[in-house]
Design a protein around this ligand. Structure first.
Ligand code: V1S
Ligand code: CA
Ligand code: ZN
Length: 388
């Protein structure tokens, strides 16, 4: 419709399934799988699907899930029952609380977003795609035998394990406003994965309460994972200029020292201004600039979703980032197409509802120039210890 054609010379694979989007965490829960429907409708209104290889996500097999998760945890996850209103019994594995409720179809939901990330990683590993996209994935808090922060199965860990079958080293980058603790912990003792998370951190007050600058990996004698965790703790209100500068500078340093064979980028959209849970002032342009920078490196690139709790902004960011993956961002009409089925969700923000303009309360920026420079300096020193 917008004349979007397949990019010449590279392939983008797009993994999605409407069955994932129909699940409900509960009325007041901030995680709304329906935001994926909104994102998809925007992507398709622009005609971007015509420029990608599109795949319907399938459920991950038990064997695939066991690549990371314990058998007892998967057994419980599969059979856990939705609690009745007056049922106060605490379930094991951090399941059933307000963050990680048990809802109808939970195991199918988890298996499907995991299946999508595994398939996306295999497309890259088999050189059948240059960029693979799964906006339903990016659930970075899940542990081997524990649900955490709206995440039950860690699709990112499963995808990285697929890449490591064919590639020596993977760089994991996480721009969700929360610390990517589950992925960091999974590869805590490995020198084949360098994890980098940018997030809000000011002590223990913001979930999950970890991710300080000095959390760099186990320093026990002879541990190969030492220094392979990079944490960028940020304060409220960081803007595009600081965020994108930090991103490019630190990712640039990681490339030099670690020479990854592939990049996995978690594109959590809760780092955008106006997010219901987030605290940053990052705009769609700044968020997208991080994706564009990774694409420009020419390495196999896996894009996964993650957080994002103001659905119309999530849809804007992930549609814009899909256009960057395809390479049609410069030619996209900035005005959201009239035939977008959910046009009403975009129209209140600006006089002309555009793809990139989001409404975010301008938070005071608490990140001083000195603080930002000190972070880079400290990570520069840490990376001296990393050698490929
Ligand atoms: N921040 C935050 C937040 N809000 C909620 C929440 C609110 C309403 C509900 F009905 C249910 C939950 N939980 C949290 C955080 C978890 C944030 C997870 C982010 C996930 C991700 O974006 O990184 C990736 C998808 N949980 C907490 O702060 C824990 C509590 C300590 C406080 C909130 N209560 C509800 C649970 C315990
Ligand atoms: Ca992060
Ligand atoms: Zn988050």
């Amino acid at each position: 419709r917008n004349g979007i054609t397949r990019p010449k010379g590279w392939t983008v694979s797009w993994h999605s399934n409407p069955a994932i989007e129909k699940h409900h965490f509960g009325h007041s829960h901030p995680m709304k799988p329906w935001r994926l429907t909104l994102s998809k409708s925007l992507i398709m209104s622009y005609g971007m699907h015509a420029a990608m290889d599109t795949y319907e996500s399938r459920v991950a097999t038990r064997e695939e899930l066991e690549d990371f998760h314990s058998e007892d945890y998967l057994d419980f996850l599969k059979t856990a029952k939705v609690a009745l209103p007056d049922d106060t019994e605490v379930m094991p594995y951090n399941l059933g609380g307000s963050d990680c409720p048990v809802f109808d179809g939970l195991f199918t939901y988890c298996s499907m977003y995991a299946g999508a990330s595994i398939d996306a990683a295999r497309k890259l590993a088999n050189e059948e795609a240059d960029i693979a996209v799964n906006w339903s994935g990016g659930l970075h808090h899940a542990k081997k035998a524990e649900a955490s922060g709206f995440c039950y199965v860690n699709d990112i860990v499963l995808a990285i394990l697929q890449l490591l079958r064919k590639m020596p080293r993977v760089l994991y980058i996480d721009i969700d406003v929360h610390h990517g603790d589950g992925v960091e912990e999974a590869f805590w003792s490995s020198d084949r994965v360098l994890t980098l998370s940018m997030h809000k951190y000011d002590g223990m007050n913001f979930f999950p309460g970890t991710g300080d600058l000095d959390r760099t990996g186990p320093i026990d004698e002879g541990n190969p994972g030492a220094h392979h965790a990079i944490n960028v703790p940020l304060l409220d209100g960081i803007d595009d200029e600081q965020y994108v500068w930090l991103f490019k500078t630190i990712v640039g340093m990681c490339l030099e020292q670690f020479r990854p064979s592939a990049i996995v980028l978690q594109c959590g959209a809760d780092s955008l201004a106006g997010d219901r849970l987030g605290r940053f002032n990052v705009q769609v342009q700044g968020h997208g600039a991080c994706i564009a920078f990774c694409k420009s490196l020419g390495l196999p690139l896996l894009l996964v979703g993650g957080g994002g709790y103001t659905p119309r902004n999530v849809a804007r960011a992930w549609a814009h980032e899909t256009s960057i993956a395809i390479g049609c961002d410069a030619t996209l009409d900035p005005i959201i197409p009239d035939h977008t089925p959910f046009k009403e969700y975009f129209r209140y923000d600006t006089i002309f509802p555009t793809l990139e303009q989001i409404l975010g309360d301008p938070r005071p920026n608490r990140n001083s120039a000195k603080r930002v420079n000190d972070i880079v300096q400290s990570i520069r020193e840490q990376l001296r210890m990393v050698n490929f």
